[in-house]
Design a protein around this ligand. Structure first.
Ligand code: NAP
Ligand code: MG
Length: 481
């Protein structure tokens, strides 16, 4: 792959940072630098926002929905055509196993396909009102959207945010994560090739505290979409408040998997272990707490132990169940949780094994099952963002719900039971944005509205629901007598 010193894309032109600074691009599998990207900051953000503003009133602003949809269909097709190369790049940049990277690229294409189909179906309303009046509610684009995304699923996050924004006629400035910008650069090239006009999609690579901060604070931005940690989410929401612009925040989670005595043990245990080891546990919606009914503790935990012991960790190219975590800081952070759990006397119930492809310089962590964990312990309360699963016990349905709702987060929950009435009763009492019954994650589910409550954020991405976020209503009242 060629070097990327010119990874900033403004008004259809690739350029380096004005300062000439670059950032090293490392592979988590071996810690080696394999590329560089431009370190953009405020000057580039200023120009990118100005370009996005100009493009709003250019051709993009006047294109019919179906024409925007056609450009997006072309982009979706180009992503699929480039799937092999994109997946290799994503795996190298983020460390995820190659088949997981391929699945991510396929979802990226699906986002553009899904939202392309919606682009000519952004409907308004006609409201019956007083005699002599005609009332119409139009849905208009927000305008210039500032997008800040994390490193865990960069390509699919590109589709998840930019898909609905473009479908609804907005223009975009994207700041990807320092640790994983490569697929976003590639996808931006494909968007240009597909016919997204200059200025409609601008990309500024760089650091969060520089380029990200400049974008979130920019008075020329009309809407902010942020996916990342709850801590940075607070900073973004504060910046949005200063400019009185709306924002969608997709933040962290501590999602529970609630396993009742009457569940299908085999299916539950396998899914729960798959979910926490996918992307090395660095998934906001990862089910990182498994709540097990006391009466089945022994047999169910035995099953979890055997599944966790079978997980193998290795380089992305080895294509095992689990790859490395993103960087040294994350590796140390996860290890810190394990060390403190040991000090606190919490038992390691099972660990996955390292493949020979997991070299000493890579950021590998052994997937770990621990328990029983007291509900107040940090393993039961804090987001670890690694392949670490905490087992917690409960006696009855009421206690399960109280424990499930007993963290600061509220993103996703899994409910495992064959009792239909209980499935719905529990689902309705959980304070989260998505509940999965006898399954978890539904393969990403582009069609399914997604987002959190409490410290997991607010606003919704994905599905048709996202179209409401990226548009604003205008009510037009006409008197005709
Ligand atoms: P992060 O540190 O919050 O970073 C997210 C993005 O914000 C990155 O692009 C980062 O840039 C940027 N950023 C950092 N500081 C900033 C600032 N002061 N102003 C503006 N932007 C700033 O999160 P992360 O460590 O990359 O990702 C992990 C977190 O994201 C986890 O908590 C996870 O749960 C959450 N997450 C949530 C979802 C969801 O949909 N709910 C999805 C994925 C991840 P740099 O990295 O370049 O500095
Ligand atoms: Mg990287």
């Amino acid at each position: 792959m060629h070097t990327c010193e010119q990874s900033i894309f403004i008004e259809g032109v690739w350029e380096p940072a004005l300062s000439g600074s670059t950032l090293a691009v490392k592979s988590p599998a071996d810690g080696e630098t394999f590329n560089v990207i431009s370190k953009g900051a405020k000057p580039e953000v200023d120009r990118a926002v100005a370009a996005a503003r100009k493009a709003l009133s250019g051709t993009w602003g006047t294109l019919a929905g179906f024409e925007r949809g056609r450009v997006m269909c072309k982009l979706s097709a180009l992503i699929l055509e480039n799937c092999v190369e994109l997946a290799e790049l994503e795996a190298r940049d983020t460390g995820k196993p190659i088949s997981q990277a391929r699945t991510d690229i396929q979802s990226t294409a699906r986002y553009f396909e899904f939202y392309a189909g919606a682009a000519d179906k952004i409907l308004g309303d006609v409201i019956p009102f007083l005699d002599g009046y005609q009332v119409m509610v139009h849905r208009e684009p927000r305008g210039v959207c500032g997008m800040i995304i994390p490193w865990n699923y960069p390509a699919s996050m590109f589709g998840r945010t930019i898909g609905p924004a473009l479908a609804t006629g907005n223009t975009v400035v994207l700041k990807p994560a320092e640790d994983a910008s490569m697929s976003c650069i590639y996808l931006t090239k494909l968007a240009h090739e597909a016919g997204v006009p200059p200025g409609v999609l601008n990309l500024v690579t760089g650091l969060g505290e520089e380029a990200g901060a400049a974008l979130s604070q920019h008075p020329g931005v009309d809407f902010l979409s942020f996916t990342g940690s709850s801590e940075v989410g607070t900073i973004i929401q504060t910046a949005a408040a200063m400019n009185h612009v709306p924002c969608v925040l997709e933040l962290g989670g501590k999602s529970p998997q609630i396993v009742f005595a009457d569940s299908d043990f085999e299916r539950a245990a396998q899914t729960i272990v798959n979910v926490i080891t996918q992307n090395a546990g660095q998934t906001c919606s990862a089910g990182s707490r498994v709540l097990v009914q006391q009466s089945i503790y022994d047999p169910f935990v035995e099953l979890l132990k055997s599944k966790m012991s079978n997980v193998r960790v290795g380089a992305p190219s080895a294509d095992l169940q689990c790859g490395p975590v993103i960087n040294k800081t994350q590796q140390l952070k996860v290890q810190g949780f394990l060390d403190r759990a040991h000090t606190d006397g919490i038992e390691v119930l099972a660990q996955g094994s390292m493949d020979e492809s997991a070299g000493p310089t890579g950021y590998f962590v052994r997937p770990t099952l621990l328990g029983p964990v007291p509900t107040t312990h940090e393993l039961a309360q804090q987001e670890i963002f690694g392949p670490v699963l905490a087992v917690i016990t409960f006696e009855d349905e009421a206690e399960a719900i109280a424990i499930a709702n007993g963290t600061n987060y509220g993103l996703v929950a899994g409910v495992w039971t064959e009792n239909g009435a209980r499935q719905m009763r529990v689902a309705k009492k959980l304070r989260v944005g998505q509940v999965f019954i006898n399954n978890y994650g539904a393969g990403g589910g582009i069609e399914l509205p997604f987002g959190g409550v409490k410290r997991s954020g607010h606003g919704r991405e994905k599905g048709l629901e996202a179209l409401k976020e990226y548009t604003v209503t205008k009510t037009i009242v006409q008197k005709h007598d």
